[in-house]
Design a protein around this ligand. Structure first.
Ligand SMILES: NC(=O)c1ccc[n+]([C@@H]2O[C@H](COP(=O)([O-])OP(=O)(O)OC[C@H]3O[C@@H](n4cnc5c(N)ncnc54)[C@H](OP(=O)(O)O)[C@@H]3O)[C@@H](O)[C@H]2O)c1
Length: 451
């Protein structure tokens, strides 16, 4: 990207800005994917000078060379409240002084969705957005509302101020190497694509287990729970990508059309045994933040079905949870066993696995001959080991998505229609909630033992 960028981060002192945006911004500068004469403007209530904010961002980056890039670029801090129009008048003055006309301007809303309307309203009052400002882009993160109704309201409100092309719904899972690899492996390898349908596939499992608790996100998480936090956004997005048909052209609009077709056909399997759980120390953790338990699930194993003819009858399991034995993540396709009589022992189903954690590998498991005992089969792994080939420092999801926003590419973002449809699935599950008892599990339990 040759053009300097100006990122205005609403919530510039928050966890997201610190953990994700600052490291990604510095890495893009370091890799020369962003010119050093770019700008980052942080906005939040606490008082800080530009120099202090620069130090705050430097402190968020671990690599010495990347720290130097933050030191060398233009960092500004604007203390102010989102409710106060004065904050936005000062922002306008600052942007005039920077002269954004020949730069790419991105508003990154790294704050609760409850502020989106007021921020957009104020930006519009100082003529910084509005449907005529084609050059401006706006990005924001999940949660995209807290129900289907609120997500629809949020979209309606944003579209008063921005055109749809300007709005980027960030689901950083879609920029993860593994998830992008689903897209590539599936759509560009006929051998994989042709194997993905009900005749060959027995089940699909998507698992994202974490070993940590809710930590500083307790306030948000206690209202949301595992299903709204992870399944509504990341897991349903990944599932719909995995089950979608290959369009005749791999353009963002056509891929989104196919994903939406899948999402509209997703339903909760009402006959399945769903599991909701909560780790034992959750209540104690909440108390340290002055919060009360609301019976929130910190673990969910949910079964869905896809009513599209291609996927009818295939079992779909989505699982996610906190304070589990280990951090692991994968998207697994388990194939049906072959319909053939034979005398070999140890036959296992074929599996195609996209690993997220601990390593971003792609693995195919096949039955081959055991070379020592010829009456046995050996479950062989054919592995694409990303780190073995490319080393550990490949480009991170947030670097990719910041670049995608600047380049105006929408392949790796969720559409508003998809988001609303994912809420529909979650609300279908909510109807079953009262019939599912909450299981209490010991901290660091292996997730397969939670039943
Ligand atoms: N953290 C993550 O890894 C992550 C991942 C995915 C999605 N998200 C989403 O991203 C958003 C931000 O998350 P976060 O974890 O960064 O939250 P956070 O740590 O609570 O940060 C919120 C930011 O907004 C500022 N702020 C709050 N109220 C304000 C107001 N009235 N006026 C001006 N500034 C205000 C805060 O600073 P002051 O207190 O100084 O004002 C802070 O900079 C949330 O919607 C979250 O769900 C976060």
């Amino acid at each position: 990207m040759d053009k300097p960028a100006v990122f205005v981060v609403f919530g510039g002192t928050g966890d997201l800005a610190k953990k994700k945006l600052a490291p990604a911004f510095s890495a893009l500068l370091y890799r020369k994917q962003l010119p050093l004469d770019s700008h980052l403007i942080g906005i939040a209530r606490r008082k800080m000078t530009d120099a202090e904010y620069k130090q705050f961002l430097v402190g968020a980056v671990s690599d010495e060379k990347m720290k130097k890039c933050i030191e060398a670029t233009n960092i500004h801090y604007l203390p102010g409240n989102f409710d106060d129009s004065e904050t936005f008048s000062r922002l306008r003055e600052l942007l005039n002084a920077i002269d954004v006309r020949k730069k790419s301007l991105v508003f990154y809303l790294a704050t609760s969705f409850k502020f989106f309307e007021i921020i957009s309203q104020h930006l519009s009052e100082v003529s910084l957005c509005g449907r005529t400002r084609k050059d401006v882009k706006v990005a924001f993160e999940k949660p995209f509302g807290e129900s289907k109704k609120s997500a629809k309201e949020l979209e309606k409100c944003l579209l008063k101020f921005f055109r749809e092309e300007q709005v980027f719904h960030v689901d950083h899972y879609l920029s993860k190497n593994t998830i992008m690899n689903i897209y590539i492996t599936k759509f560009l390898n006929p051998i994989v694509y042709e194997s993905l349908h009900r005749e060959l596939v027995d089940r699909v499992e998507i698992v994202v287990d974490e070993d940590v608790g809710v930590g500083s996100r307790a306030g948000y998480y206690n209202n949301a729970g595992a299903i709204k936090d992870m399944i509504q956004s990341h897991l349903i997005q990944v599932l719909s990508l995995l089950l979608s048909d290959r369009p005749d052209e791999l353009s963002p609009a056509k891929i989104s059309e196919q994903k939406l077709k899948v999402m509209k056909s997703l339903h909760v399997d009402k006959r399945a045994r769903h599991v909701l759980g909560q780790y034992k120390s959750y209540k104690r953790e909440l108390k340290s933040f002055g919060l009360e338990d609301r019976g929130t699930e910190t673990f969910a194993r949910v079964w869905l079905e896809c009513h599209l003819r291609k996927w009818k009858g295939v079992k779909i399991m989505l699982q996610t949870g906190k304070k589990l034995e280990k951090k692991r993540g994968f998207i697994k396709v388990v194939y049906r066993r072959p319909q053939v009589r034979h005398a070999f022992k140890h036959e296992q189903p074929n599996e195609l696995v996209f690993h997220l954690y601990p390593h971003e590998n792609v693995e195919l498991l096949l039955n081959t001959l055991n070379p020592i005992e010829h009456s046995n089969l050996f479950h062989s792994s054919f592995l694409f080991c990303k780190e073995c080939v490319f080393g550990p420092n490949t480009i991170d999801a947030y670097q990719i998505l910041l670049l995608e926003i600047l380049n105006n590419r929408k392949d790796l973002f969720a559409s508003s229609k998809e988001i609303i449809e994912a809420w529909r699935v979650v609300e279908e599950f909510d109807e079953l909630r009262n019939s599912i008892p909450l299981v209490y599990y010991k901290d660091s339990t292996p997730s397969e033992k939670i039943a």
